[in-house]
Design a protein around this ligand. Structure first.
Ligand SMILES: C[S@@+](CC[C@H](N)C(=O)[O-])C[C@H]1O[C@@H](n2cnc3c(N)ncnc32)[C@H](O)[C@@H]1O
Length: 463
């Protein structure tokens, strides 16, 4: 990288650069590019000078999207990483043109210490963000976790999602407080998604898929392996023997001493996890689902007629309000699963906080959620694995992780269906799914070369 790269990308994340003239701006950019080169060349003195005395902008990206932090991750210099983060204004989560954060570069170069430093920075800053968001929402609002989520700002995760980009054909406009017009996407704005139409179809391999109005995959058949494992981990061994019995048989046994099984699933999609949960013939099976097209799909496929199954037709936030108002009963669920779409990590975090009220006190009660958080980047996936585990621990839940080989089944890819394409990593929303079609050919959803295997969380209340 010693030859000076051509045009730079100016994407000041803080918005605080206000040069007086274009010449000033050119000079600042040249300084920043020199810094990237100096870091890459391991020129300690020049790096120190540019950061500490010239105050070079550490967030500026070169032609391949690299920042000085990417260069430091490549050389593996922990000292440079610390300097850029602590004394410069480096941002740990900026992706390059291939979607790689500095941490991903360090990981791919096997620079373990550099990776650990960037991971620690990511965890620290995302934990701090959550605290600030909570303080912000509690200063102006009275109420529950659900309200906290309503205000959530974009996280590093969201900022790195391809599907958060504006410009999709079906996106709608919204005017921000600053007067700028922001595009709302079905993949990143829950209200926009809920107001849009869905298509239920099959791809050319026969996999069932649900697509939103922008052509993003809301749910796809290849995720069956994850859903199967999740239902199994949630229900076994405590309820394993229920699989051999019918619902009616179990129901009559439950009038005696037999323990009941009550499960709640937030987000029906294609009903894949619900199908697996049904293998255990739950006594009660509540599905929380707001989208009218999904509800129609469930009705057409006989879900409303299954014994013990009930739909709450609204969002999980509506459901919590109904609980508080006394319109829904506190049941004590033995299994709770959360997998929504076009929400953000702050929403999932807000849902976590309701779990002590939702879960039963049975030692067998389990919670799980779809963990696609940051699944386009090794660093983001590691950061959000840790952050979600810490947030769960804060409210008294211990998490065990197991792995599911998504790519090994040969189903981690799906063909475009010809639906309109739009310009993600996904928790984008909390769902964190990068499931869009790309016109022609195939698009990998699970980038196993980046993040490895799917991590399946299984959480229980610690008493
Ligand atoms: C990824 S799909 C769930 C797939 C499901 N796990 C399965 O196995 O088929 C996401 C679902 O969450 C629903 N959803 C979106 N926003 C929601 C919200 N705020 N509350 C509850 N469900 C929501 C969507 O309509 C969609 O049906």
């Amino acid at each position: 990288m010693s030859s000076a790269p051509p045009p730079v990308q100016v994407s000041n994340p803080t918005g605080d650069l206000a040069p007086a003239t274009a010449a000033d701006l050119d000079e600042r950019l040249a300084l920043s590019l020199r810094l990237i080169d100096a870091v890459y060349d391991r020129d300690d003195r020049l790096v120190q000078h540019l950061v500490l005395e010239e105050h070079a902008e550490c967030w500026v990206q070169d032609a391949q999207g690299w920042t000085a932090l990417h260069a430091a991750a490549h050389t593996g210099s922990v000292d440079h990483i610390k300097l850029l983060l602590r004394k410069g204004n480096a941002v740990w989560s900026i992706p390059d043109n291939l979607g790689c954060t500095a941490g991903d570069i360090a990981f791919s170069m096997n620079n373990t210490d550099a990776y650990e430093e960037l991971l620690a920075e990511g965890i620290r800053s995302e934990m701090l963000r959550a605290v600030l968001e909570a303080a912000h929402s509690s200063s102006g609002e009275s109420d529950a976790a659900s309200d906290a989520a309503d205000d959530a700002d974009m996280t590093a995760l969201d900022a790195s999602r391809p599907d958060v980009e504006a410009g999709a054909s079906a996106a709608s406009d919204s005017t921000t407080a600053a007067g700028a017009v922001a595009q709302l996407s079905t993949a990143s704005d829950n209200a926009t998604f809920l107001a849009s139409r869905l298509t239920f179809t099959h791809d050319s391999r026969g996999q069932p898929i649900a697509l939103d109005a922008e052509g993003n995959g809301v749910m796809m058949g290849w995720e069956s392996g994850i859903m199967h494992q999740t239902a199994r981990r949630m229900c076994e061994p405590a309820w394993g023997d229920r699989r051999d019995k019918s619902w009616a048989e179990l129901h009559s046994e439950e009038e005696g001493d037999r323990e009941k099984l009550r499960v709640m699933n937030v987000g029906f999609g294609l009903g894949i996890i619900d199908t697996y949960l049904q293998e255990y013939h739950p006594t009660q099976h509540l599905v929380i689902e707001p989208h009218p097209d999904v509800l129609a799909f469930a009705r057409e496929n006989g879900w409303y007629d299954k014994p013990g199954v009930r739909f709450y037709e609204g969002t999980w936030k509506d459901y919590l309000k109904a609980l508080e108002a006394g319109d829904e009963e506190y049941v004590g669920w033995d299994g709770v699963y959360f997998d929504t779409y076009s929400e953000h990590y702050a929403d999932l975090h807000a849902f976590f906080q309701t779990l002590p009220d939702l879960l039963s006190t049975s030692p067998n009660a389990r919670f799980s959620f779809f963990h696609g958080l940051g699944a386009t980047s090794r660093l983001l996936y590691d950061v959000y694995t840790s952050v979600s585990e810490m947030h769960l621990r804060e409210i008294g839940l211990a998490t065990d992780w197991s792995e599911v080989d998504v790519a090994g089944e040969g189903v981690g890819r799906w063909e475009a269906t010809g639906a309109s394409s739009a310009g993600a990593p996904g928790a984008g929303a909390a769902g964190a799914r990068d499931k869009r079609t790309e016109g022609e050919g195939e698009k990998k959803y699970w980038r196993e070369e980046m993040v490895g295997r799917y991590r399946l969380p299984l959480c229980r209340l610690e008493f």
